[in-house]
Design a protein around this ligand. Structure first.
Ligand code: ADP
Ligand code: MG
Length: 680
């Protein structure tokens, strides 16, 4: 907050610091700091009319106050309605000061406000707001604001009143814009929301349908649309190298693949190639279900850059994911004379230094790794394309680092999680999206079975049967998030157990702690068919491809997330044989686990599963970093306010084109100080 604003508000730097924690830096930020809820101190309610569960202000006379010690120290005050001594209300305080005892001396008349509940002795209020009955009644409903420690409601209220009085009264949006939407003027709305007249009921002012709230929601959605569009326009105005391949490498890669690209893959690849050939940076999201074949598309996109003589960086949010990509890219590109370099946080310093040197000098055209790729000290010789897998799993800081490093380069992001329509329209409005909507041919439907842990032996019988038919089996051990060591132990134990149950079969073990070479060795044995059963931790979640494996057993499936189960299950059903996925679970099941198992049992389409997952978990997880970086939607609700969202979407491009000064003012008000995060 500028010293000038502090002076206008009459506050000290300490208060300004507290306001800053609430993202309040300007008068407009204060004006737009709207209440979470309201209290009604404009009227008194007779106790006889108060219903349990409702908040009310009641005038009472203290009959008796005492500190009790059981079950814990507390102040209990017996009062009666000031107008009706037969009606009793107890007040209870678990935290209190000595002077509160004085305030509640026998015979005092008080106004108490709080939620009334059925207590042990009768009606009671816990920690009510207490004031003397002498003061005047409030003239408007009392707003309750989001706040931080040390910043009281009265202080906030006073500052907001001051800000409202100081702000220029004119609207940021012209009447012609507001009229068709029938939205009231902003000044009027702010006045009303910060100090609602007593004629409004609490339920009315709490309702999002109130025209004043509608106006605020609309303005907020409009600010989001404007900033998204501007961010996109800004990106499009940037320069990036025009990447056009000559086809020399890509034709060799395609010739070497054991399959032909699907029509969907060809289509998205054409979209990507088109973008890469522009002088403006690409910013494209590639969506496709697990197993839809995004990796080869990414590799062919990388090859365009390589053919054009530019470097490529491929980044994934976890080491395991990144390593899978590294193995794939190495397998595909080494025959073409290109050796990818690996860079991750866990790499030894010496190896890291040599990888960095190779990138800086341009000796290596392609790097695969984690976000270690975008540390400050990693310098590229001529980076042309960045490919980011599961981009939404990266944090804001990492994305900013990427953005800074990649301002002048093309970006391809990949995700297996579909964006619901409302999110696509709002938070992701700045992205171009390509979708791989069909799976490669030759997949067989997978039968999913839910089996209680108690029936494990039957499952072992099924394993025997599957192997007897010449097929192979994955046996996946649970993800134990708290402890990698524990997960490792479970995998080791399971491996020993299965080996003793099937002494005549070859049982392999692969886990995240093994060296890449050892892991590759075991995987190779499984791929070649010399191992019958592969016990694995969730490292095989991604990227493993063994068509002869037709059975997957997942232990403790109840502990796993939906997308993980879906990813795992996608490892079978890749050959001609009918495949089965057995989900072992242990009772008792939580409601959440039950719901998840039901969803995975009933659905095989990843987009549908992701949609259900979003329903279960809400969009927070999905938005993750994107939202926390741009906390723009405080008031609007995407589903409920779809109509306003659509209106804002229509209006934004018109305003940008015709009334840039309106756009600037509107964004100034809504986004002061947050521009840095836009478009991340
Ligand atoms: P995801 O989209 O989940 O990243 P992958 O890229 O790992 O999927 O591909 C899954 C499997 O499908 C891989 O083994 C890959 O080699 C194979 N694949 C990809 N494209 C095709 C295709 N057109 N025909 C057959 N198999 C394919
Ligand atoms: Mg993938």
């Amino acid at each position: 907050m500028t010293p000038e604003t502090q002076k206008q508000l009459g506050i000290r730097p300490a208060t300004a610091d507290k306001l800053a924690k609430l993202h309040i830096k300007s008068l407009w930020d204060l004006a737009l700091h709207l209440p979470l809820r309201y209290e009604d101190e404009t009227r008194l309610t007779p106790l006889a009319d108060v219903q349990a569960g409702q908040a009310a202000q009641v005038e009472v006379v203290v009959e008796h106050a005492e500190v009790q010690y059981r079950p814990r120290r507390q102040l209990v005050v017996k009062t009666t309605d000031a107008a009706d001594a037969r009606r009793v209300l107890f007040l209870r305080f678990l935290h209190f000061y000595p002077n509160q005892l004085q305030q509640m001396a026998e015979g005092q008349t008080l106004r108490v406000l709080g939620e009334v509940k059925h207590g042990f002795y009768g009606l009671e209020m816990i920690h009510p707001k207490v004031r003397s009955a002498e003061g005047a009644m409030a003239e408007s409903l009392t707003p309750v604001y989001p706040t931080v420690n040390g910043l009281s409601q009265p202080t906030l209220r006073r500052l907001i009143r001051t800000a409202l009085a100081l702000l220029p009264p004119e609207d940021s949006l012209p009447p012609a814009v507001l009229a068709p939407l029938q939205l009231p003027p902003l000044a009027e709305c702010l006045q009303l929301l910060h100090a609602p007249p007593p004629s409004l009921r609490l339920s009315e002012v709490h309702s999002g349908a109130l025209p004043a709230w509608q106006r605020l929601k609309f303005d907020e959605l409009l600010a989001q649309q404007l900033s998204m569009r501007l961010a996109r326009a800004q990106r499009h105005s940037g320069r990036a190298p025009r990447l056009q391949g000559n086809g020399s490498l890509s034709s060799r890669l395609c010739a070497q693949l054991p399959f032909a690209l699907t029509a969907a893959q060809e289509r998205v690849l054409a979209e990507i190639r088109h973008d890469l050939a522009q002088v403006h940076p690409m910013h494209r999201l590639l969506q496709g279900d697990v197993g839809s074949g995004k990796t080869i598309v990414a590799a062919l996109a990388a090859i365009v850059a390589l053919e054009a003589g530019f470097q490529v960086a491929v980044m994934a949010p976890t080491e395991i994911l990144a390593e899978q990509h590294y193995l794939k890219f190495t397998q595909w590109l080494t025959p073409l004379g290109i050796a990818p370099v690996w860079l991750s946080g866990s790499l030894r310093k010496k190896a890291k230094d040599s990888a960095k040197a190779a990138l800086a000098e341009g000796l290596t055209p392609l790097a695969v790794g984690t976000h270690a790729l975008f540390q400050d000290d990693v310098v590229f010789h001529n980076l042309g394309l960045v490919i980011v897998d599961e981009q939404h799993r990266f944090g804001v800081a990492q994305r900013l680092a990427l953005k800074n490093k990649g301002a002048e380069v093309h970006q391809l992001m990949m995700s297996a999680t579909p964006i619901p329509r409302t999110l696509a329209m709002s938070f992701f409005a700045d992205l171009d999206v390509s979708v791989i909507d069909t799976l490669p041919p030759g997949r067989t439907p997978i039968k999913t079975k839910l089996v209680n842990q108690a029936r494990r032996q039957e499952v072992e019988g099924f394993v025997r049967h599957t192997v007897a038919q010449g097929r192979q089996v994955y046996w996946v051990c649970p993800l134990i998030e708290e402890s990698e060591a524990l997960q490792l132990q479970t995998a080791v134990d399971t491996h020993a157990h299965l080996q003793s149950v099937f002494p005549d079969l070859r049982v392999g073990l692969v886990h995240g702690r093994m060296k890449a070479a050892e892991k590759a060795q075991v995987m190779q044995e499984f791929v070649s068919g010399s191992l019958h059963i592969l016990v694995a931790t969730t490292v095989i979640e991604v990227g493993v491809d063994v068509p002869n494996a037709s059975l997957m057993v997942i232990e403790h499936a109840e502990r796993m997330g939906l997308s993980q189960l879906h990813q795992l299950r996608g490892r079978v059903g890749r050959g001609a044989a009918a495949s089965t996925c057995v989900l072992l679970f242990e009772e008792p099941l939580s409601e959440l686990a039950k719901t998840r198992l039901k969803v995975i049992y009933e659905h095989s389409d990843g987009f549908e599963i992701a949609r259900q997952d979003l329903n279960i978990r809400g969009p927070g997880e999905f938005l993750g970093a994107r939202q926390s970086g741009a906390p723009m939607l405080r008031f609007a609700h995407l589903e409920e306010d779809l109509y306003l969202l659509e209106a804002a979407r229509q209006l934004a491009p018109q305003l940008i084109e015709q009334q840039p000064q309106v756009v600037e003012q509107h964004l100034q008000r809504w986004l002061s100080g947050r521009e840095g995060y836009l478009g991340v």
